[in-house]
Design a binder for this molecule. Structure first.
Ligand SMILES: Nc1ncnc2c1ncn2[C@@H]1O[C@H](COP(=O)(O)OP(=O)(O)OP(=O)(O)O)[C@@H](O)[C@H]1O
Ligand SMILES: [Mg+2]
Length: 341
């Protein structure tokens, strides 16, 4: 099978990252419903010798959007081109990808929500009719040339599906949302990754790394790589539960996967703002961090685990958040909560 991958950036891909990324959809752990649907679409496209319908993947970072997008062309036996929404600043940047696309091949646009409006509009006829309209000249001499493209499949990935315009979103035939993984699924990913890295790991140590990985395969792999370094440097290179604990504790990742920045965020609200409600800007200023950093990196997990809630008056640490840091919930809050339910 021929396999060509053309990327838009020349940033070196970490070899270990590449080694750990599943190569085929069947090697991916979890998301069995998504896998089953994609398998049917891929199988049908192969049987009919047609191009696969356009697919949009959305969901939080590190859950497998790029991995799915890279497995699909392999399963189809077709070539893959990779572009990034942020790098496509004008329609001309997209032109080489579209004209080079072979019949049935895949064009993967990562961070597709970052495409400027002009590029998006240029994509519409390409997606719908495999045609591009190129404007030449200006004023009275202006004319448009239509160019026919070979049928191809566009795969888009985004962490911010809400930022996509409706016309672009609706041109994707399939839309798959990727959600967080269970501890069992992450344990399996850690086990498989350790096998690929040829590092022996006990079952309970794999489970411990999984528990501390916030439902995210990328974090599970990153944590495994750190634990592997730790056992290579400090011990005999085998990962036991004791060594996994020691390595993750040294990285200040606690039993629920919070790192020091997450705990500092909770502590700031508790210590400075008496548990909230407080606006995120005020917390960011106190911590000397950008608001975006808190909103994108810290808050999603704390909100998901219910340690923090968002109220109309701002962020508030919940009983679970107090408990996690070993703080007592103020009395009136507790009775207030009881009254609520
Ligand atoms: N289902 C899975 N099974 C096994 N490993 C996985 C799975 N999903 C993701 N991974 C691993 O997690 C890493 C991160 O996944 P990926 O790059 O696909 O995330 P992403 O959703 O594209 O994130 P981002 O939004 O940050 O680009 C991959 O390198 C891969 O090794
Ligand atoms: Mg990605």
């Amino acid at each position: 099978m021929r396999e060509t991958i053309i990327t838009s950036s020349d940033t070196p891909v970490d070899d270990l990252d590449r080694a750990l990324r599943p190569q085929r959809m069947q090697d991916m752990v979890g998301h069995r419903e998504v896998y089953a649907r994609l398998l049917i679409a891929v199988d049908a496209a192969r049987k009919r010798c047609e191009s696969l319908g356009h697919i949009l993947f959305d969901g939080p970072p590190g859950l497998g959007k790029t991995t799915f997008a890279m497995c699909i062309p392999r399963d189809l036996g077709k070539t893959l081109q990779i572009a990034s929404g942020a790098a496509l600043t004008a329609p001309k940047d997209l032109l080489p990808y579209l004209t080079n696309a072979e019949e049935g091949s895949v064009l993967f646009i990562d961070e597709i929500h970052r495409l400027p409006k002009t590029v998006e509009e240029f994509l519409y006829p390409a997606m719908e009719d495999f045609r591009i309209d190129i404007a030449l000249g200006e004023g009275v001499n202006a004319r448009t040339i239509n160019m026919q493209l070979r049928p191809f499949t566009l795969i888009g990935a985004t962490t911010r599906a809400g930022m996509l315009s409706a016309p672009l979103r609706d041109r994707f035939i399939m839309r798959e949302h990727l959600d967080f993984y269970t501890v069992e699924e992450l344990t399996e990913i850690v086990r498989r990754s350790s096998a690929k890295l040829q590092v022996p790991i006990s079952d309970d140590a794999a489970g411990e790394i999984a528990v501390r990985s916030r439902g995210t395969p990328r974090l599970a792999n990153n944590r495994l790589r750190w634990v592997r370094d730790y056992v290579t440097s400090k011990a005999d290179g085998k990962i036991s539960i004791q060594l996994a604990h020691a390595a993750l504790d040294m990285q200040e990742i606690d039993a629920r996967g919070l790192d020091s920045q997450d705990r500092k965020y909770l502590e700031t609200i508790l210590r400075v703002f008496r548990g909230g409600p407080v606006g995120v800007e005020a917390v960011a200023h106190t911590m000397n961090l950008a608001t975006d950093t808190l909103e994108d990196e810290v808050e999603p997990y704390l909100l998901r685990t219910g340690m923090v809630i968002r109220t109309p008056r701002g962020r508030k640490v919940t009983a679970a958040g107090h408990q996690h840091l070993g703080w007592e919930m103020p009395q009136e809050e507790e009775s207030g909560q009881r009254r609520l339910f």
